[in-house]
Design a protein around this ligand. Sequence first.
Ligand SMILES: [Zn+2]
Length: 404
Amino acid sequence: MKNVWIITACILLAGCCREDHPFPAGIQHVVVIGIDGMSSQGFIEAKTPCMDSLMRNGAYSYTVRCVLPTVSKPNWNAMLCGAGPDITGVTSNGWYRDLQVFPPVVMTGNHSFPTIFDIVREQKPAAELGSLYQWGDFGSMLDEDVMNLSETYPTALETAEKTAAYILEKRPDFVFIQLDEVDGYGHSDGHMSSGYLKGIEEADMQVRIIVDAVRDAGIAESTLIMIVSDHGGIFHKHGDNTYEELTTPIIFSGKGIKKDYAIRQQIYRYDVAADVAFALGLQAPQQWIGRPTLPAYEGFDEPTNLWQGVELLPPPVFHTETYNPPHGGVSVDRPAEVKIKKPAGVDGVIRYTVDESVPTRESALYEGAFTVEKSTVIRAKLFGEKGESPVVTAEYKVENSKTK
Ligand SMILES: [Zn+2]
């Protein structure tokens, strides 16, 4: 009987080891470039030659899902921590390590849930680790004791240029960059406005500065570059739970990554830390819930258990420049112009209602801009052959100054 158990144990162990994922070979450096507030639709519509070439030389997804709320610190932190706010305690932009009432499930000596920087430092003590960020508060999530460099700069351009200099000088094992200006354009000009798209195009030029530095440092053949974002946005804000706020792109490019490959596996915000650990051949702690995006890597397949449901399409886009703004508000003594666009790269038709009901396949077909004479709630939805989008709602306000 005892022998049977030993034989069974051996078979189980052998099976287990065979199923264990080996790490990808040859990735010695990981560069994660984070673009604050870049939504998937914004990225698809903006002209971004550098990020497009990273995609052609890489794997990508347009459907990475945020953690809630859709604000910066919880989402950047999830990327750093391999876990969401419910686990790390980082539930808002107001989190600071010594001020927390919501404890993380485990913590470092410096009172925070372990980040990817803690994991790299623990398993590769001599690693060069840096983070360069435009949003100063990004630094509050980093444990200074494990960082070689943690520095904030006033503009995205300067952040990119300092990153380039750092890569050329130190050839870091891992560097995480945060560029903040796209988010600012979303707040001031409106998400999907021409100003917002221009902001993404500027970010693309900053990405190029960093990508060129990787090449000039002679480490392109051993570097994984990732492009990530913390949240999208709708109209002039983010923080709620619409598709537009929740959905961002991701790109993996470089050593060991498939070429021009659209990833089907669902990716979550907290998977980023798991990917960095996996790429560098490190063991992620059990308390993380992020999983590496295996199908992005050469030699790894998509999971066989992907749920095949009704296709979720991205919603129509209300033209922010005509949506009673520029900065919110009302149209006075003139009708409001309603302009709706189909999301780029998707087939389907827009249907809408003006009576607050949910659009169906029988609702009015949107065929071009129209005006509303009085305050009106417009709901719109994209219908494709198989799938459909969530509802998007815009409230147009019209006032007559004489009756006020
Ligand atoms: Zn913001």
